[in-house]
Design a protein around this ligand. Sequence first.
Ligand code: AMP
Length: 213
Amino acid sequence: MNKIIVLIGAPGAGKGTQARLLEERRGIPQISTGDMFREMKTLDTPLAKEVQHIMASGMLVSDDVTFRIVQERTAREKGSYVLDGYPRTAVQASQLEALAKEQGKEIRAIEIDVPRDELFKRLTGRRSCPVCGELYNIYSRPPKNDGVCDLHPDAKLDHRADDNEESVKTRLDTYEANTAPLLKYYEGTGRLQKVDGTREIEQIYKEIEGSAA
Ligand code: AMP
């Protein structure tokens, strides 16, 4: 049966990195609600403005708005796909159960576990190249020259608007309050695999790839 692979982890745990690897190496599409909301930024509609405001503060977009974009985006996927950043609340988890049933797919959840103080550094230090998307971290993987991409010296590195200290704190609190409880739910239904997200990217990938097969 085709699968919906749900990556659960706090912001900065590496869900996006792993989802991109699954897409590149296994051809399983990555569907990221965070990326879809960031793309809405360019639109000049009241909803886009509201989403932008909510994201910058580190809070969650409403369950119904989020479900609508997930439903629309996943409708064209005939095979398995990876959800990166969805579901994030109990309501979203139950909306996803209904969607999975409708699409005839089975849900597998994978937790990427990283301690909070490590996440704080990863997020506040995160920078990316606006040209090639290369990721840096001012603490653990700084660029050769401050603030610019190693591969594109003319490109000034981006710092996500919601990676400032205050928003990061809100995002981590929101994860603990709303999303972490979903782990019990998936565990209780025998669909959760837990991986240690503090190890090397390739080691983590090996474990995740096993479940995605
Ligand atoms: P991310 O890139 O996954 O960290 O998401 C960035 C921001 O997008 C979050 O802080 C939320 O404001 C919003 N967002 C992403 N996914 C969801 C979701 N499943 N439910 C509600 N808001 C979301």
